[in-house]
Design a protein around this ligand. Structure first.
Ligand code: IFM
Length: 467
């Protein structure tokens, strides 16, 4: 590696580098119980897709389909984390990160008949045991989009049975990994699984029908609700939650039509998931936006879905400015001259603050929040062994300031996970978009610590020194 990760903490002295990152003295981030960590996901980093009995996932199939992923990239090798996990854990620990959010790959740990795959389970046991030995708090997401292909062949998330198969998978994992996981997240971003996977087909499995999206969402949320009591019974000392990506929608004008458009945008992105989880009902406005798409809901489903949560994970990246489409919906009205990332996403930290404060006001039973993902992609290059990702440093500082503002406004926020620990397979955008605080050279698998990571490390070191 360009930097000796185990020596990173020692090598970065508080005075050695000019610091555009460290939060102001009155920031809540200085409180030691505010966790600062990084996140990844199985398909995006592991590779080894055919090793040790792993079965194909929908992302193997989708990425092997011409035209679905930029440059024809696949997760076949990714960051080769399946083989490099030990040095990757050293890297994480060397950076002084306090928490790590990872996901387990369902097709790695069970076969079609539900028989456990010992080799796959052992991989996660070794990984989580090492993380515990290093004193790192662990959050495990059970489903970060890599559905076993054999389940998709039976209808995937359109088939209610997939929710029951997920409950079996949650049962296996929480029996096998009990004591190694501090927090379980059932699903990552059901909005993406349902809408991008079944609504517009931009993600695996690539199906495109509005009615499919709402039914897939219902089965995803049902899977979550079925899993929560199982996780509680098998691993009582851990926290249980779910991770939602949320979107800030702002109105292009003060007109009632544009205000309504912004409201509908947030219904479609946020209330579609949060209302069933926290109010036990789908928002009726959703079906005004998408007429005739009500999912089939069986008696008792909504109570199952609304199982009490210990935490809610929030992933936030950008805001969307919208206006009325002249009918019942909204259309994007992208502002000119605003800062954007390599994804083209607008940098808008206030959106995160406003959403957090809004959820706090809307949901009386809002559980404590972790920001489970926040970060940005940039076209980072290694020059003389260094990566100067100055836009990311500024992005992180501003978003952490937004989190601090929300905390000061009364929102209970317990921690923040950077997306991502390292550059990785960015789904339909393949390897072109780099979200990591560690650079990955995909030709050599060399990891290079970016300047953003150095500054996060420096802050954590200072915070630790203050005691
Ligand atoms: O890379 C993804 C991640 O898998 C889920 N949340 C958004 C990230 C950036 O697009």
């Amino acid at each position: 590696m360009a930097n000796d990760s185990s020596a990173v903490l020692d090598a970065i002295s508080p005075d050695s580098i000019a610091d555009p990152f460290t939060p102001p003295a009155d920031s809540s981030l200085w409180q030691k119980n505010f966790l600062l960590g990084a996140a990844t996901a199985s398909y995006q980093i592991e590779g080894a897709v055919r090793e040790d009995g792993r079965l194909p996932s929908i992302w193997d199939t989708f990425s092997a389909t011409p035209g679905k992923v930029l440059a024809g990239d696949t997760g076949e090798v990714a960051c080769d984390h399946y083989h490099r996990w030990e040095s990757d854990v050293d890297l994480l620990a060397g950076l002084g990160l306090e928490a790590y959010r990872l996901s387990t790959a369902w097709p790695r740990v069970m076969d079609e008949a539900g028989v456990p795959n010992r080799k796959g389970l052992d991989f996660y046991k070794r990984l989580l045991t090492r993380l515990k030995e290093k004193g790192i708090t662990t959050m495990v997401t059970l489903y970060h989009w890599d559905l076993p292909q054999h389940l998709e062949d039976r209808g995937g998330w359109l088939n209610r049975d997939t929710a029951y198969r997920f409950a079996e998978y949650a049962d296996l994992m929480s029996r096998e990994l009990t004591g190694l996981v501090d927090a379980w997240a059932t699903l990552n971003e059901p909005w993406c699984s349902a809408y991008l996977g079944y609504g517009n087909g931009h993600h695996a499995p690539g199906r495109a029908n509005g009615r499919y999206a709402t039914q897939a969402m219902h089965h995803l949320l049902l899977a979550h609700g079925l899993a929560v009591p199982i996780l509680r019974a098998n691993d009582p000392d851990s926290q249980k939650g779910i991770v939602a990506n949320v979107g800030r929608g702002t109105a292009n004008s003060d007109s009632a039509a544009d205000q309504r458009a912004a409201h509908l945008f947030e219904v479609q992105h946020n209330a579609w998931i949060l209302d069933p989880l926290l109010k036990g009902a789908y928002p009726q406005d959703l079906f005004e936006l998408w007429p005739h798409t009500e999912p089939l809901v069986l008696e008792g489903d909504m109570e199952t879905i609304a199982a009490p949560l210990d935490f809610l994970g929030i992933n936030y990246y950008f805001r969307t400015n919208v206006e009325s489409d002249g009918a019942h919906g909204f259309t994007e009205a992208p502002p000119e001259g605003v800062e954007r990332t390599q994804m083209g996403w607008e940098v808008h930290p206030d959106g995160l603050r406003d959403l957090l404060i809004g959820f706090h006001g809307t949901y009386a039973n809002l559980p404590p929040i972790y920001i489970t993902e926040n970060g940005m992609a940039s076209d980072d290059k290694v020059t003389d062994g260094k990566v100067d990702d100055s836009q990311r440093i500024s992005f992180l500082k501003r978003h952490l300031a937004a989190v601090d503002q929300a905390i000061k406004a009364g929102v209970k926020i317990r921690g923040y996970f950077l997306w991502s620990l390292m550059d990785n397979f960015e789904w339909a955008f393949g390897y072109e978009r780099r979200f990591g605080i560690v650079h990955v050279d995909y030709g050599t698998q060399k990891r290079t610590i970016k300047r953003s990571a150095e500054l996060v490390t420096k802050f954590l070191k200072e915070r630790k020194a203050r005691g």
